[in-house]
Design a protein around this ligand. Structure first.
Ligand code: ASP
Ligand code: MG
Length: 444
């Protein structure tokens, strides 16, 4: 069995839905197909949540009507059969009415999750019916019936597996199953999300639960590139990555993958392919546990980083001091990305500033704290990258750009530097030049 996930752009228009259908028919392996919402829809639902909080009935109605027309417009051109077209339009309007009722209720976390994941419900409903109307037999299965993810950071794959097998048994056997990405049930069995971009994670959780042969993540780019193609010219797709490399890149900013994507399949050794819906023949990137080449592979950047310097006039490194500091972050469920220390100070970074005031207040009781916002972590990644013969060149950046922190040796696979976000693009370009363009053999 294969798991195929299609992102927002891939399912974002009538033309693209036809492409997805062609991809599904490329081979006759059994498949579970995970779909995102059409591009732009989840963003629109984020706005809807804001209107629900404000109890702005007029804005809620406007928002939902817009959503309704967007999906009905797709059905108008996608579905040839007149009768089915009418039924689907009614079906969409019915779902919108349900959402309208929900949107006029009191805000809660569950309501938030139900609203945010509505785009996936709409799209899979349309897509499954479209496939059927063209003779492609498929079953639409509801992710909320089997994606029981008690702990988002460490999903219980066995539980998902049992539930999913039960759902499949309860349905007539099929070659193609369609389901929603992003949505799950949490430890209270309530509807929740796997966080923005979470459909990738849905696919790998399902892949692990089904012991799939392969997971394919279809997006609008030909794999993971060795630098950010939005800011740097002359980037290249990387043919092979290890799970470790992919995890580091996804966590440190590579937008193409949700940060937790590979974790469910690492122990199972199921390959994850990153493919381009608009160029299905392109090889894309294969992520597996095979190391084809060690050393420098890629550079990525993560924005929205806050640097915190904690300085003590007492000896910082005395026994128990670090634990005391880390406990503060732990108590406020704030994870730390980078750390550097000297004898009297420690600098660290966080990306979630929800509790920054509380954290600072607590540490200020015994140390001097400085907070710097608007930083970016630039991360150079590759198995054993610290031993790559060209890696030292990255430190030449110090001649040109003020670097706030450097983390080297934390793992063999990652060297990170922290710069102000305004310096991010020049840094990425400089590193691309120094680490890749002048050494073409290091590219793939
Ligand atoms: N539709 C959700 C989002 O936009 C999930 C996903 O696309 O992966 O975040
Ligand atoms: Mg995505």
């Amino acid at each position: 069995m294969k798991i195929l996930k299609f992102g927002g752009t891939s399912v974002g228009s009538v033309e693209n839905l036809h492409r997805v259908k062609d991809i599904l028919l490329n081979d006759d392996d059994q498949k579970i197909v995970v779909c995102s919402a059409m591009s732009g829809v989840t963003d629109q639902l984020v706005k809807l949540v804001a209107f629900i909080k404000l109890k702005d009935a007029e804005a809620i109605t406007r928002n939902l009507h817009k959503l309704e027309s967007k999906h009905i417009e797709v059905v108008e051109t996608l579905i040839d059969n007149h009768e089915l077209r009418g039924d689907l339009k009614d079906g969409i309007s019915g779902l919108i009415t349900e959402m309208m009722d929900l949107s006029n209720q009191e805000y809660s976390e569950v309501l938030n999750a139900k609203v945010l994941t509505f785009g996936e419900t709409l799209l899979t409903y349309i897509f499954s019916n479209f496939l059927a109307s063209t003779g492609v037999t498929n079953r639409l299965i509801r992710a909320q019936d089997f994606m029981f993810v008690d702990n988002v950071d460490n999903p219980n794959i066995n539980k998902v597996s049992k539930k999913l097998h039960k759902v499949l048994e309860d349905n007539e056997p099929a070659h193609i199953y369609i389901t929603q990405g992003f949505v799950c049930r949490d430890h209270l069995n309530q509807i929740n999300t796997l966080k923005r971009g979470g459909s990738d994670y849905t696919a790998t959780i399902i892949g692990a639960a089904m012991d799939a042969d392969e997971i394919q993540i279809w997006t609008d780019i030909d794999g993971l590139h060795n630098n950010d193609p939005r800011f740097v010219e002359g980037t290249n797709p990387i043919a092979h990555l290890t799970y470790n490399e992919a995890a580091e890149l996804a966590y440190f900013g590579a937008k193409i993958l949700h940060p937790q994507t590979v974790s469910p399949v690492v122990g199972k050794d199921i390959p994850v392919l990153l493919k381009n819906t608009f160029d299905p023949e392109a090889p894309g990137t294969v992520i597996s546990n095979k190391t084809y080449r060690k050393g420098l592979k890629a550079i990525s950047a993560k924005d929205g980083i806050t640097a915190i310097k904690i300085k003590s006039n007492r000896m910082l490194m005395t026994h128990g001091y670090l634990r005391r500091i880390f406990e503060v972050f732990d108590n406020f469920r704030t994870s730390i990305d980078m750390i550097t220390t000297s004898e009297i100070a420690i600098s660290l970074t966080i990306d979630d500033t929800t509790y920054i005031d509380e954290i600072v207040k607590e540490i200020e009781g015994y140390a001097e704290v400085t907070v710097d916002y608007n930083h970016s972590i630039i991360c150079v990644v590759g198995e054993s990258v610290i031993n790559d013969k060209y890696s030292h060149k990255l430190f030449e950046i110090l001649n040109y750009i003020p670097v706030r922190m450097i983390s080297y040796g934390g793992s063999n696979n990652n060297i990170s530097i922290l710069v102000e976000t305004k310096d991010k693009i020049p840094t990425l370009r400089f590193l691309n030049e120094k680490l890749f363009l002048t050494h073409q053999e290091a590219v793939l």
